[in-house]
Design a protein around this ligand. Structure first.
Ligand code: NCD
Length: 329
């Protein structure tokens, strides 16, 4: 018998999460208990043996629609959906419809006609997944939209921290680097402040958005001050593809002031851990030896947790849809 159903009968594991929405578009607006349940369920998936039969979504059709190049996120979603038994179709639209001039709404209506259950969307423009959610009949997961949000990344980061440090509430966490262009930073700020962590943002002033303090974080333009005594140092990639001018004139100078090396890390809590969503630039955002230091660096665990978190979300969206349909009968 399928492992999930078997366990359910025994009644000793957390069940699929029911969400307040049919979609996962952003962390902003999500409640603490919803976030907590998704993380707990993902933790359960992460503890399962990789060959455990978890195929509860047979016949469920997932379109992985990427308007931007991506390897890790696309593969992670694909593995998650396949482990749940869903049918997955990968559609890369970076060189296709956009270049041929098709509007986003026409692309949406074409995809809708294929009657998927779930669309996973990555798009260079903020708000594109919301537009899809408005026009399509299926569930939508935002897999990263412009500088806006990347909700599954924040959830997998939270699970990674919880598995290593045990809790989120009260932790001191510094998010360092190109905050202005980062959807990862925005989703993490919303999630970590909601869960009660003390969040700091560290960036050169050219890469720090104005009024960020309104989101409940402390801002620093000096990394040595920004990471003092923190429990987690979360680094971000310099997102050159989203920069418009001379926000970062020199990578060498950036590493000197904002790259994580042993000397700067020594200012953090002695047990502080290092994170990076990838892809990382060694010698620019992080000293190469630190990235590979398995005592401090959680970078590989982040990738591993990505699959478990995405399983928990895909399962939750299917469960939520079924509950909604039942209630409307
Ligand atoms: C991030 C993204 O695409 O927003 N990467 C990822 O999802 N693994 C961060 C980045 O590109 O720097």
């Amino acid at each position: 018998m399928n492992e999930l159903k078997k366990n359910k009968n025994k009644g000793f594991f957390s069940s699929p999460v029911k969400l307040s929405s049919n979609h996962l578009l952003a962390i902003e607006g999500m409640g603490k208990s919803e976030i907590q349940k998704l993380i707990e369920r993902a933790d359960y998936f992460a503890n399962l043996d990789r060959h455990t039969n978890t195929k509860v979504l047979q016949g469920y059709v997932v379109l992985n629609v990427f308007f931007e190049n991506s390897t890790r996120t696309r593969v992670s979603f694909e593995l998650a959906a396949r482990r749940l038994g869903a049918e997955v179709i990968n559609i890369s639209l970076t060189n296709s419809s956009i270049k041929k001039g098709e509007s986003l709404l026409d692309t949406a209506s074409t995809l809708n006609a294929m009657k998927p259950d779930l669309l996973i969307v990555r798009h260079p423009h903020s708000g594109a997944p919301l537009l899809f959610a408005d026009y399509l009949n299926c569930s939508i997961i935002n897999a990263g939209d412009g500088r806006h949000e990347h909700p599954t990344q924040a959830l997998l980061d939270a699970l990674t921290i919880k598995r290593r440090l045990g809790y989120l509430e009260g932790l001191k966490i510094s998010i360092c680097g190109d905050i202005a262009n980062s959807r990862v930073a925005r989703s993490n700020i919303h999630l970590l402040t909601t869960m009660g962590a003390e969040v700091r943002c560290v960036a050169p002033s050219t890469l720090m958005p104005s009024n960020l303090e309104n989101l409940g974080v402390k801002c620093f333009s000096n990394m040595k001050m920004g990471i003092r005594d923190v429990d987690v140092v979360m680094l971000l990639r310099l997102q050159n593809e989203r920069m418009t001018g001379t926000e970062n004139p020199s990578e060498r100078e950036y590493f000197k002031f904002f790259g994580l090396d042993e000397a700067k890390l020594a200012l953090a809590n002695p047990n502080a851990v290092i994170m990076h969503p990838g892809p990382m630039n060694r010698g620019v955002e992080i000293a190469s030896a630190l990235a590979d230091d398995t005592n401090r660096s959680l970078i590989k665990t982040q990738v591993e947790m990505g699959v478990a978190v995405r399983m928990s979300i895909i399962e939750a969206l299917n469960h939520t849809k079924n509950k909604m349909m039942k209630n409307s009968k």
